[in-house]
Design a protein around this ligand. Structure first.
Ligand code: ATP
Ligand code: MG
Length: 166
């Protein structure tokens, strides 16, 4: 049962769909505090990264960042402020787990699935690597793009219903 009105916005979707751009706008509109996993990974771990980074190195660090972000986000929600969380949430199980976590803490989880077609996203990555605008964290190479495509679990209609995405 939700005991508070404060909302945790959970933004997810495939690479370069426009998640970070959307999250910035939403945070401004809701007067909320935004957390983006890429920014935290970059700030905390980029300088310690091995030359050949792989998912086995990245994923435990992502999990640690997610846990710490949630710990702070929960305190922010407690002050009556919304949070906009861009945590990755590439897998269905991760999305279900954060929904449970938010609701157990007594808040409302609102998911935002941001999507765009493959070719549009490929083009956006190439352009962002050069332009390095507000949503740029690091270069996404074609190899990284492909790896993320393989790792992202696209939500089924059933999952979208379960997450109550409008
Ligand atoms: N609705 C849109 N229309 C056109 N371009 C957009 C739109 N949304 C974002 N972009 C541009 O596309 C690029 C990718 O957007 P953004 O960085 O927000 O995506 P992302 O989903 O956060 O990507 P990543 O998965 O790499 O974190 C950026 O250069 C951004 O300016
Ligand atoms: Mg982003």
């Amino acid at each position: 049962m939700n005991t508070h009105q404060q909302v945790a916005h959970l933004v997810f979707g495939p690479t370069a769909a426009g998640k970070s751009t959307f999250a910035r706008t939403l945070a401004a509109e809701t007067n909320g505090v935004r957390f983006a996993i890429d920014e935290w990974m970059l700030a905390l771990f980029a300088s310690d990264a091995p030359d050949s980074m792989d998912l086995a190195w990245i994923m435990p660090r992502v999990a640690r960042c997610q846990a710490q972000i949630w710990s702070v986000a929960e305190q922010i929600l407690g002050t009556g402020t919304a949070v906009v969380l861009e945590l990755g949430l590439l897998q269905k199980l991760e999305r279900a787990a954060i929904k449970t976590k938010v609701e157990k803490a007594g808040y409302t989880a609102v998911f935002h699935f941001i999507d765009a077609d493959l070719e549009t996203r490929r083009q956006r990555v190439l352009r962002r690597n050069v332009e390095k605008g507000a949503s740029y964290s690091f270069d996404v190479t074609p190899a990284m793009f492909s790896a993320m495509e393989g790792y992202f679990e696209r939500p089924s209609e059933d999952e979208l219903l379960a997450l109550e995405i409008r």
